[in-house]
Design a protein around this ligand. Sequence first.
Ligand SMILES: [Zn+2]
Length: 190
Amino acid sequence: MSSDNTFVCPSCRQLDRVQKVSSIVSSGTASISTSGTTSVRVDGETHYGSVSQSGTSTTELARKLAKPSEPSGGCNPNFWWTVELTCLFLILGSIGSALPLISIGGLALIGIVGSLALTIGFISIFKRVHVFFVRKEKAKELIREAAMQEYNKRLATWNAMFYCYRCDGVFTRSSRFAAIANVAEFLSKG
Ligand SMILES: [Zn+2]
């Protein structure tokens, strides 16, 4: 029975107890839902209600051989642009609203020049802040890329992984045997 789905276990040199890990996990994970009616007696009156329950049932083996989980998403790069632009508009708005007060008493020119200087000052601060956040975001993106690469490697290994029920361990066509306790390590080595 040598097909695409079975392979000889490197530990016991047999294939009769070998199964593909992905099919063990999919058959060992089931969603359950139960529903029914219930009744309670309150002050001599019977009240009926319906109850339902749902959940996921996973066998111990399916849990141990679980598919690698995808790294969580990073921060949206547009997020900081939105925050920064909002701050800039707030600053410009407050300068604008202060302008009529400054122009009272012949100080209009000083007011305008002062506001312009303030605006330029704020823009240069804004640019620095932006560069800071962009750098931070790029570093995060690199970390996420590395995590994704690692995840894709794990996933490829997981998809190629077989389990031997006799030896309680895993292997791929190109790798040696590893005990089930070392599955995490096996996945990270590829
Ligand atoms: Zn075996």
